[in-house]
Design a binder for this molecule. Structure first.
Ligand code: EPU
Length: 424
């Protein structure tokens, strides 16, 4: 297993290219199952989660070719030969559940393992299943698997009223509804840029969708979808992560391809903390102002609110802010696993339920740390950029799920960071 060594030091200056969004790509890939014509994605991120989704799609009979060094994914589902997503793959990655909607819509049948809990919470899939029921599907839970069956003649349009916002359930329902008979309305739908990106891809495939990016999405089912080529939207979480880097270490970094409307709430919050953010046609440039970073309170919320996927990174920044910050995690029940690791680096944090109170300290100190999910891992790397001495972040496989070339990207702006192989 590998570790990352990061040594705190001087300012970071330069540009960082931002990849296509992991979480968009992970829902765009299963969309190939909806059509027997090819779907090609460009601007795909090179990540282990993408390889896991490739393995899952291939296990169903889809063909997936990674071209141009993995930036292009050429997929075809003309020859599907399975409708079962095995536990062995699903347990590695929860997004595997996103094959359920497309399989059910195209084949009328699907058997998909329940993902189970994960490091950041229980994460059930009941909302996904309720959406399929509203489209007439019969669902049975047996041996750890969801056995789903569409009614005679296929899924029917219906009204899906989500009791709270779920990104994955919105995506699954949206994909399934494209081939259902009649009109489907998704109420209290997620509005994340990744949902809008999925809707645009499905529209390019011939789907009839309106209202994407609002809380009500309407889908008029069509008989079949055709092939398309689609560019994956910029990864707003990778973007936000690297926008924070100069706030830790000083300097000025331009994140190429970044757009403020992907991250408005986050930009406003870091500006409140003392960042200067400028938008240019090239991307977003962030500079640390002259004064210290100031404490701010943060509540995570569905889009357009502050993203839960940037909470760990923001907490790391606030560890050395002037004053006390309160972070409230409202999406996942157990997403403060980075706090004890930051405390090992000298942070002063109290976690109580869904709140974390961060009392700013003057400086963090390098330490060996590890994390249980990818956002927590990257928050420790960011903390290491400003810490005194060297921080060793182990369990790097979490990072490989969501950040491509993290070492090269940070070295490119002057960070002292390297990846090393652990002995034994
Ligand atoms: N939930 C339910 N029942 C459901 C679905 C969700 O109770 O059927 C709960 C979840 O347990 C959670 C909340 O609803 O407490 C929101 O979950 P959501 O369904 O929105 O999340 P997701 O689709 O499983 C995606 C991202 C996550 C990101 C969340 C929230 C992908 C592949 N994953 O997960 O990304 O945190 O939306 O924005 O798109 C990450 O990239 O690090 C990551 C965890």
């Amino acid at each position: 297993m590998d570790s990352i060594l990061v040594t705190g030091g001087g300012p970071l200056n330069g540009t960082i290219p931002i990849a296509g969004a992991k979480n968009a790509c992970l829902t765009l890939m299963p969309a190939t199952l909806l059509s027997d014509e090819p779907l090609t994605l460009t601007n795909a991120p090179r990540l282990s989660d993408i390889r896991t989704m490739t393995t899952l799609l291939e296990s169903l009979g889809a063909e997936v070719s990674a071209l141009s060094d993995g930036l292009v994914l050429a997929m075809s589902s003309h020859n599907l030969n399975g409708n079962r997503a095995d536990y062995d793959i699903v347990r590695k990655m929860r997004a595997s559940i996103l094959v359920l909607g497309p399989l059910l819509a195209r084949h009328g049948k699907a058997v998909v393992s329940l993902p189970g809990g994960c490091a950041i919470g229980a994460r059930p899939v009941d909302l996904h299943l309720k959406a399929f029921e509203a489209m007439g599907a019969t669902l049975e839970l047996r041996d750890g698997y969801v056995h789903a069956e569409a009614p005679e003649g296929g899924l029917r349009g219906g009204v899906v009223d989500f009791p709270f916002v779920s990104v994955g359930a919105t995506e699954n329902a949206l994909m399934a509804a494209t081939l259902a008979k009649g009109t489907t309305t998704l109420r209290n739908a997620a509005q994340e840029p990744e949902i809008v990106d999925l809707a645009h891809c499905l529209q390019a495939m011939g789907a009839r969708i309106t209202g994407e990016g609002t809380d009500t999405i309407t889908i008029e089912g069509v008989d079949r979808l055709h092939g398309a080529t689609h560019r994956v939207v910029t990864d707003r979480i990778e973007l936000g992560t690297y926008m924070l880097a100069p706030l830790f270490a000083g300097g000025e970094v331009t994140c190429l391809g970044g757009k403020r409307d992907l991250l408005e709430a986050f930009c406003a919050k870091i500006e409140e903390a003392g960042a200067e953010v400028t938008e240019t046609p090239e991307g977003l440039t962030v500079r640390r102002g002259t004064g210290p970073i100031k404490a701010v309170d943060v509540e995570t919320e569905p889009f357009p609110g502050f993203p839960t996927d940037l909470q760990a990174q923001m907490m790391a920044l606030l560890c050395t802010a002037e004053g006390t910050s309160v972070l409230e995690e409202k999406i996942f029940e157990n997403r403060f696993m980075h706090a004890p690791e930051l405390i090992r680096m000298g942070a002063n944090i109290d976690v109580h339920g869904g709140h974390a109170t961060v009392h700013g300290v003057a400086k963090l100190k390098g330490a060996p740390v590890m994390a249980t999910d990818l956002r927590a891992s990257v928050s420790l790397i960011l903390a290491g950029l400003a810490a005194e001495g060297t921080t060793k972040v182990s369990r790097v496989y979490h990072l490989d799920r969501g950040y491509e070339h993290v070492v090269a990207k940070l070295r490119g702006v002057g960070a002292q960071i390297e990846r090393v192989r652990d002995d034994g």
